[in-house]
Design a protein around this ligand. Structure first.
Ligand code: NDP
Length: 298
């Protein structure tokens, strides 16, 4: 078997077209366009690239955005004050503090300082808690994007065995929560693996759906999965490559060729999960503007 490719670029474009239409209708009804406030601390080139992609996506769908750039020497208190200012500004619908932060700053503290009603990344404890209670919430963008892929390709989730490799707050944990808890789109029997998991293959080999978000190239190889598995490769790793102008290429966490041989469906890297993450951020920002999760005061 050679797995069919899940085309994240295509599905993300469809999703963005939907958001664009909804934004147009929202503005045509007399509302101002949704507004996303991005906060960048320092000038990490990776973060700058991600922010560029997010603000371009905003423009593309009619969402206004601004990026506040703060020095990497900023104190925790100054950063908190910057976030609080955006919380209080009722022209701001969504706030995103680009991670990772410089080492002296706690991402937990910064995330908690964001008004949960503007937490379009879905990282605030309020939204994480509501996710685990299967209550309406800002769903973390990467896992939410993966569920859009399942929907688009009619990949069933309910009652299947899902294995998530990686347990971060941003990807692995919310993915496992959604797979196991969500009544409408989840209800898979779910296993979550991390660095301390003994014998990873014992788990991955029994997966009907395998989501890999470990940040380790070639962690999953063909012999570790069963025939017909659906593979979602979230990893984005830079591998040195002199044949590329930029000197590197991007690979996921799976050894693509051998895993594809066994899979029924597989996401490529790049062009799989990545574009979905940005599209879901657009959707969450629109939901925030409309007060769809947390109604706005009259
Ligand atoms: P983190 O480094 O925060 O988390 C990695 C997780 O993987 C941890 O839970 C870690 O375990 C686990 N892990 C690491 N090595 C192994 C191993 N050998 N066996 C089993 N588990 C392991 O990364 P993120 O979750 O933020 O990101 C993961 C990957 O996804 C990265 O490559 C990142 O670039 C990519 N990414 C892609 C996105 C997209 O849109 N496509 C969005 C976000 C991330 P432990 O908890 O024990 O440390």
């Amino acid at each position: 078997m050679s797995g069919k490719l899940i085309d994240g670029r295509k599905v993300a474009e469809l999703l963005r077209a939907e958001v664009r239409e909804d934004v147009e209708a929202w503005v045509a009804a007399g509302n101002r366009p949704p507004f996303l406030q991005v906060v960048q601390v320092g000038a990490d080139p990776g973060s700058t690239t991600y922010i560029g992609a997010k603000t371009r996506a905003c423009r593309d769908v009619g969402i206004d955005s601004a990026t506040e750039r703060l020095p990497d020497t900023i104190s925790a208190r100054e950063l908190r004050n910057a976030v609080l200012r955006h919380n209080e500004n009722d022209q701001v619908d969504g706030i995103l503090v680009q991670l990772p932060l410089p080492g002296h700053l706690s991402s937990h503290a910064v995330i908690e300082s964001i008004d949960y009603r503007k937490d379009v990344d879905g990282f605030h404890p309020m939204n994480v808690g509501r996710l685990s209670l299967d209550q309406p919430t800002f769903r973390s963008c990467t896992p939410a994007g993966i569920f859009e892929l399942f929907k688009h390709y009619s990949i069933p989730v309910k009652s299947r065995h899902a294995v998530v490799v990686g347990a971060s707050n941003i990807v692995g944990s919310p993915m496992a929560t959604m797979l196991s808890r969500e009544n409408t789109s989840g209800k898979a029997t779910t296993t979550i693996c991390h660095k301390f998991t003994k014998d990873l293959t014992q788990h991955t080999i029994s997966a009907d759906i395998l989501v890999v978000a470990a940040g380790q190239p070639n962690l999953i190889r063909g012999e570790m999965v069963k025939e017909g598995v659906v593979v979602i490769d979230v990893g984005i790793n830079r591998i040195a490559d002199d044949t590329e102008d930029r000197g590197y290429r991007l690979v996921g966490d799976c050894h693509f060729e051998s895993v594809r041989e066994k899979a029924s469906w597989i996401t490529p890297v790049p062009g799989g999960v990545g574009p979905m993450t940005v599209a879901m951020l657009m959707k969450n920002t629109l939901l925030a503007a409309k007060g769809s999760i947390y109604p706005k005061p009259e």
